[in-house]
Design a protein around this ligand. Structure first.
Ligand code: G4P
Length: 526
């Protein structure tokens, strides 16, 4: 197979959801269809047990499981599908944001009882930044959920994307009868079963057919006729190009645990989801079909054992063919790198591979050379853009408790930040170091790992900070002047970018009003 054929058969996506909406269940059903697993229950949830929520060691152990399930490859209808896992725990949200930079589309799961939840909103924001195409799966129709029209309105409102239902539910909860496929004009009858692999579908080109009344009952049939008429009247016809531009999300209804409606969604996904897309670099756009290889690292998983400080770097291949044992240009690195241990993840297994193609995700064993956002290429210096950093929510100053171990501390902090555990800001004045995170948990993780792996002892002093804002201005002199006049509040991130550390919302607003020529950003794209 040539490169173009390899690219055309790949689909790389992630499932995003608020915890408990059914991401793990849906993943499992997709893998069952792909024949990648044989039994239900084979996919481990990356959810953190409530019982262990405060015990981060236990959490890391559980996260260890998620290395194996970080990428799940499977074949379906001659396509090679790469499904990337996204951590559910909100303290690891940054991991998820970065993972989304490595996919070409997403499937979003929404619980029909709970509607659009907060984590989904945040994840969708990231998708919108990159116009990522989204398919929406409204789950748990076997439960008494909200009115489907209300759910669709909520998706449009809260997630700021147009929707187009492609299936429509008949009843819900105890009276759930099935879904009608508006696209194929097929009725899919619901039978609760965790094992069923094929749906019971019947074609109804004409909904006035009285057979419909026999199958789902007169009232349901009338309701469906009314709904279909309304939907066809209200929603414009589904336009694949609008979906590919991230403007409209096709919506499916179903029940993941009963494997109902999943097949229909997967078949549509195969038909419409984008193949590996081009990626932007600071220098130029990179097309997957280019002969020369390029890729970027979006996730690093550390080995917790201090005696083996190797880590696995996850790389998305963007162009060309990646080969094992071939030396590659490590952009901005000090030397070329070659990898003898290149892993591809297939459902529950991983295997060493010799080649990988655009859209593929490979695991590279690394001893500390690679960091998140790094590019590898055949020679050209390309720096991929779009890996986001968000302003952390909690800030604490690092207090070194053992002056003899300053070097170890610096090294440890640097490496942990490279893995993306948290963000480090260094104040211009006094070189005070501040760690910013999205969750409480990371401070415990950092403290323990610094001690365990680097023999450095730290404490964290709480800081009263509201947000870290990356600042820029068209007018260089103004920016310098601003940084000078606010020097007590200016820090640098790990890339040396200027950051304004705002103490409160009101104060930030005042500063923004007083300095209209300065742009304040809550995200930074590395
Ligand atoms: P997540 O990965 O998004 O966090 O969710 P997960 O798949 O683990 O599903 C969360 C819970 O919702 C699970 O129940 C799961 O069985 C249930 N669920 C998933 N899909 C459906 C569905 O279509 N209908 C109904 N009624 N429930 C569904 P649990 O009690 O937390 O775990 P379990 O012991 O049942 O596995």
């Amino acid at each position: 197979m040539n490169l173009t054929q390899e690219i055309n058969k790949r689909r790389t996506f992630a499932i995003i959801a608020h915890p408990d909406a059914g991401k793990t269940t849906l993943t499992e059903k997709l893998l069952l269809f792909g024949g990648a697993i044989q039994t239900a229950g084979a996919v481990k949830s990356n959810k953190i047990d409530t019982a262990t929520k405060s015990d981060w060691m236990e959490i890391e152990k559980q996260r260890g499981i998620s290395v194996a399930t970080s990428v799940m490859g499977f074949e379906y209808q001659n396509m090679k599908i790469n499904l990337l896992d996204t951590p559910g725990h909100q303290d690891f949200a940054e991991d998820t944001y970065r993972t989304l930079t490595a996919v070409d589309s997403v499937i979003m799961v929404i619980d029909c009882v709970k509607g659009v939840e907060i984590q989904t909103e945040k994840l969708m924001e990231v998708c919108r930044m990159r116009n990522t195409p989204v398919i929406c799966f409204i789950n748990k129709l076997d439960r008494e959920g909200r009115d489907p029209y209300d759910l669709l309105d909520e998706v449009e409102e809260k997630l700021n994307i147009s929707v187009r239902p492609l299936t429509w539910p008949i009843g819900m909860g105890k009276s759930f009868k099935g879904v009608y496929n508006l696209y194929d004009q097929q009725l899919n009858l619901f039978t609760p079963s965790q094992r069923q692999l094929s749906d019971d579908r019947q074609t109804f080109k004409n909904l006035d057919d009285s057979k419909l009344d026999d199958l789902i009952g007169g009232n349901n049939a009338d309701q469906l006729r009314e709904d279909v008429e309304l939907i066809e009247g209200v929603y414009p016809e589904f336009d694949v190009n609008e979906y590919l531009e991230g403007k409209v999300a096709p919506v499916f209804f179903g029940s993941a645990v009963n494997n109902f409606g999943v097949n229909e969604m997967l078949d549509t996904f195969i038909r419409i989801a984008p193949k590996p897309k081009s990626r932007n670099t600071e220098e130029r756009e990179v097309l997957p079909e280019e002969k020369n290889f390029s890729g970027f690292v979006f996730k690093i998983h550390a080995n917790m054992d201090p005696n083996h400080r190797n880590r696995i770097a996850f790389m998305r291949i963007c162009s060309g063919t990646f080969e094992r044992n071939k030396p590659y240009n490590h952009v901005l690195g000090s030397k070329p790198l070659r990898f003898s241990n290149v892993t591809q993840f297939m459902a529950q297994d991983k295997e060493i591979i010799d080649q990988a193609y655009p859209g593929d995700i490979v695991g590279l064993y690394d001893t500390g050379n690679l960091k998140i956002g790094d590019s590898l290429t055949d020679g050209e210096d390309l720096k991929f853009v779009g890996i986001p950093s968000f302003s952390p929510e909690i800030f604490r100053e690092v207090i070194n408790k053992d002056a003899m171990k300053t070097k170890q501390l610096e090294k440890g902090l640097k490496q942990l930040m490279e893995e993306g555990v948290a963000q480090l800001f260094t104040f211009d004045i006094g070189s005070r170091k501040v760690v910013g995170t999205v969750g409480q948990l990371q401070f415990e993780v950092i403290q323990f790992r610094l001690k365990n792996e680097y023999n450095a002892t730290v404490d964290f002093r709480p800081m009263n900070l509201y947000k870290a804002c990356w600042i820029s201005s068209k007018d260089k002199a103004q920016l310098e002047e601003f940084a000078r006049s606010k020097s007590r509040h200016i820090a640098k991130d790990r890339d040396g970018k200027l950051v304004f550390m705002a103490e409160s919302k009101a104060w930030l607003q005042m500063v923004q009003d007083n300095y209209p020529e300065i742009d304040f950003h809550f995200t930074s794209e590395g």
